[in-house]
Structures are given as C-alpha cells and as structure tokens.
Design a protein around this ligand. Sequence first.
Ligand code: DSN
Length: 414
Amino acid sequence: MSDLKTSDPKVAEILEAEMKRQAEGIELIPSENYVSQAVLEANGSIFTNKYSEGYPGKRYYGGQENTDRVENLAIERAKELFGAEHANVQPYSGSPANTAIYFALLEFGDTVMGLKLDHGGHITHGLPIAFSGKAYNFVQYEVDKETGALDYDEIEKLAVEHKPKMIVAGFTAYPRDIDWKRFKEIADKVGAISFADISHTAGLIAGKALESPVPYFDIIMTTTHKTLRGPRGAIILCKEKYAKAINRAVFPGLQGGPHEHIIAAKAVAFGEALKPEFQEYAAQVITNARHLAEKLTEHGFELVSGGTDTHLILVDLTNKNVPGKQAQVALDKVGITLNKNTVPFDQRSPFDPSGIRLGTPAVTTRGMKEPEMEKIAGWIKEVIDNIEDEDTLTRIKKEVEEMCAGFPVPGIKV
Ligand code: DSN
C-alpha cells in the first residue's frame, strides 16, 4: 500500500486496522470468507477504469477488446464449474440479481413462494417491507416447528393451494441440505418456475460436497463472495430458454455498466474453484461445521434443527438466558466475530433476537481443522457463561490471537 500510505494516510491507516482485525480474530460469519491474493489483485485492477454497458460482442462503448475477453472467460468458467447452460456474470450482488430474476420472469403482482426471513430466507424472498414483498404476492413458507427443518409436504400443500408462478428455494440461515429434486417436483406439479438462491452453499456445491440444483432447477443465483470465495458480486445461471430474458433484465432492465474489475476477480475465483484442492476445501468446511456443532451441543447449546449438513450453524440461546445481541457484542470483544440472528418462531425482535449464526468458510480457508473447532467451541461457551467478566474476556482475546497467529490469512501480511 506504499502509494496509498503517501497519498491518503488516513484511508491507509483504516485499511491496516482492518487487516489486523481480520488476521487476529476468528471469522465465523457464515457468509464471509477470505479471498486469495490473486482475487484481490484482479478485484483491485485497472478494469475499474472501464465502462462496458452491454454484453461481450455487443457493447455501447469502444475499447472492449479486453473486457470482452475477461467477461467471456468468467462466463465459460462459471458454466463449467456448475454445469450450467447459461451464465450471466454481471449482477452487482445478490439482491439486484434476485430482483433481475423476478423482473425477467414475473409480472408485478404475480404469486411467488419463498421461505420466510426469520425461518432462514432472505429479504429478497418476499419480506413484506422489501421490494420483493411489495412488488409480488409472496406466500411465505416456514420450517417445521418441531424439527426446525423444511417440511416438503407442507410446501407442496401451499403450492397446490396458491399456484405460484415461481417457487424460490433460497436460504441464508438454514443449516440443512436441500432436496432439490423434491422442490422441482413440487414446482412442476403446479407449473411454477423453479428458482434456487444458493448464495450460501455455492462453494460447497461447486466443490462437490453438496448436491447441485443445476440439473433440476430453471434458474440459479449465487453471490460470489461466500463459500465460493470470490469477490463481492453475484451470477445468474439458467437453462438456455431463459437466457435472453435474464440478460435483458440484468442489462438494461436493472443495471448499467457492469463492474469488469469484479468480473475479472470472479473469473479468477471460478478458476480456483475448478481446481481439485477446492473440493478438499469444501469437504473440510462441512467437517469443521459438523465438529463445531457437535462440540457446541456438548457444551449445552441448542442448535436449530439439531445440527448442520453445511457450513452454517444456528444457535438458539434461549436456554442460556443470553440474547443474541449481547452474545455478539461479548464475542466481538474476544475477537470471535459472528452475527446475532433470529431463530424460527422467535419471540424476540430482529434487532435483539434469540440466536446467533456462525459458520466455517473463513476459518477453513485459514487451514483450521477439528482441533481448532474444539477450541473455538470452548471459548464460545466460556464467553457466554462469563459474559460480564472482563478478565475472562481479556484472557480469551489473548488466546484467540495466539491461535490465529499460526493461521495466516491469504492476502494479508501483518
Ligand atoms: N447478508 C447475507 C448473509 O449474511 O447471509 C445474505 O444476503
């Protein structure tokens, strides 16, 4: 950062502080990860200088010989990675990508089914105060109260009753694997378009650790910065018959110029995910999550659905008498970062919910394995049991830093 340090020491200092925070702490937010130095370099590249409205071969500005090459490379790698017929790599992020999908395939007011936010869905899956919930007639399905898992018979019943034009199978706080085939059968039964939002698990699917919806579903969207370990952004994959509508909805329907520096970084990340070692990574993410879940359970924590099949764990802290917000703040103090989260049928507010959400994509990127998961579970227990004991928190912070020093973060030299 030598140029930045000279030209803008204030910003350089903030970036250095953030590097230190990322390197010295344990990142358990399940939607976060550490990208490689190569992804960082493409992300911070001179493509940020270039406008390229349109698509490769059909742009509205000159000087596109290199943007076309990099965008085509990202498209081809995305298709290969997921076995998809068509890929659009331009969406700025998950929410605009989901909005583009609705805009491409629905009329305002159409009936759509999506998982309720506090049951593990997303704001773009029909939250009443969000654009999705206002523009479309969303029918929200829930998880089962007893098991905390999806009840496919109930989803089928709702679909038969409401005859949605689209069914969204998308998840941001759901720890279990998805039966894509069953979802598709339900969609087919009522003539609905099937749309999978795999933002959280895309890296595990690309790494062949979880089953893919691509063979079954019409449309798939994923962000690129979670388990997929790329830059912040999104892609849309679909069957060829939807390609034209999707492309038109992304540009010019919703977006202007694509961010080609991000697209270059997406190409790099897809290239990395195509390598065999990414499959080892994906498998270890799940092994780590299962181990962490097991240890947390041994420490008396109640996990929604009883465990995990993925990278993500949702803990209901009600039995510990500690609200999610207080837990998040105390864990932040020791350098363990996770997020407060509602649990299904939560009696508390989303600003101070009953649960915490955590996951293993970032710690696995650093090379942490089962022994480290055991330590992390122990520290979480100690913090929750001694939430106001500053001495304990100070000691744990030091232990966390000592462990982290042995696991460098890609792209960060502290
Ligand atoms: N904000 C993302 C997450 O943390 O899951 C979803 O968009």
